[in-house]
Ligand binder design. Structure first.
Ligand SMILES: NC(=O)c1ccc[n+]([C@@H]2O[C@H](COP(=O)([O-])OP(=O)(O)OC[C@H]3O[C@@H](n4cnc5c(N)ncnc54)[C@H](OP(=O)(O)O)[C@@H]3O)[C@@H](O)[C@H]2O)c1
Length: 270
């Protein structure tokens, strides 16, 4: 089963394949596997240094370009309007495509006013270089501001059972945006969790699949990464799992405010 998130502005396959830290032939091979096992949404970024391999893997697959939702991200260092345009054109060249489906600003940036950055991204959308635009790593107030400035469709943020994002979800609901969860498997930690393992064992699945099902059922897009073909396939099958209300609530109870991605240039979080 393929789950799709539909908002007023955008339809997106809810489960995407994350590619951070996959490089060179690993990136190429894993994206080929991901497409073979059914992913139709790929997540890359200028900062990941793998756009070329991601694009080549997509072109070498049997799929039409239009069958796959491709996201890339403008680095916060390229947030000045001229750099937004130039770096996006360079991303498209590396990806070997004339457009992406979603162009995100990777992090809030102090290189240029947000309005100017989003204007440059909106222009790229109007020129059909990206079907949609959005932001990433925006706390709730900054998200509110961005949603008032430009037709963004998502905020891609860290989210897993140990990190709830209620304030961001509230703003997203208010503006008909979807949330994309990065590091949805808490970078592998979910595998060692007693509760998630108990639910998984009872259902004959894996803790990672339980967590991804928990995201998809709540209408949150998730972009797990794996460099292991078996796990790439297993994770994708999470779309077939439907958890009970009780299971959903018990997983929600795991929140402990654990943030795993917090570089020096990160904003003040909610
Ligand atoms: N916007 C941003 O600033 C931002 C930041 C971080 C990440 N992201 C995006 O989100 C994607 C995912 O995040 P992430 O890579 O940080 O973390 P993640 O997807 O939560 O976790 C990846 C880790 O979990 C392991 N794993 C994967 N499937 C597993 C399974 N079924 N059972 C046990 N372990 C499993 C992987 O190991 P193996 O590879 O060995 O399987 C890897 O170590 C990234 O690739 C990137 O596309 C975006």
């Amino acid at each position: 089963m393929t789950r799709t998130i539909e908002t007023g502005r955008c339809n997106v396959p809810a489960l995407g394949f994350g590619t951070w830290q996959l490089q060179g032939s690993d990136a190429y091979d894993c994206v080929r596997v991901a497409l073979e096992v059914g992913y139709r949404h790929l997540d890359t970024a200028q900062m990941y240094d793998n756009e070329e391999e991601v694009g080549r893997a997509l072109r070498d697959s049997d799929l039409d370009r239009d069958d796959v939702f491709v996201t890339t991200k403008v680095s916060h260092r390229n947030a000045a309007p001229a750099d937004v345009a130039a770096s996006t054109h360079a991303s498209l060249d590396r990806l070997g495509t004339d457009h992406v489906d979603l162009l995100l600003l990777h992090w809030p940036s102090d290189v240029a006013p947000l309005e100017a950055t989003l204007e440059a991204m909106t222009r790229l959308r109007d020129e059909h270089k990206s079907r949609h635009i959005g932001v990433s790593n925006f706390p709730s107030q900054a998200l509110e501001q961005a949603a008032g400035l430009a037709p963004i469709v998502t905020n891609q943020v860290e989210h897993h059972p140990y990190l709830a994002i209620d304030a961001i979800e509230d703003v997203a609901d208010e503006h008909d945006l979807f949330v994309t969860a990065y590091s949805p498997l808490a970078r592998g930690r979910v595998n060692d969790d007693a509760l998630l393992r108990e639910i998984a064992d009872a259902r004959g699945c894996t803790p990672a699949q339980v967590v991804l099902a928990w995201m998809l059922q709540r209408g949150v897009a998730a972009i797990p990464k794996s460099g292991t073909p078996e796990r790439i396939a297993q994770n994708h099958q999470a779309s077939d799992i439907t958890l009970s209300d009780d299971e959903l609530a018990r997983i929600r109870g795991l929140d402990e405010g654990l943030r795993l991605i917090d570089p020096p240039f990160a904003p003040a979080w909610d």
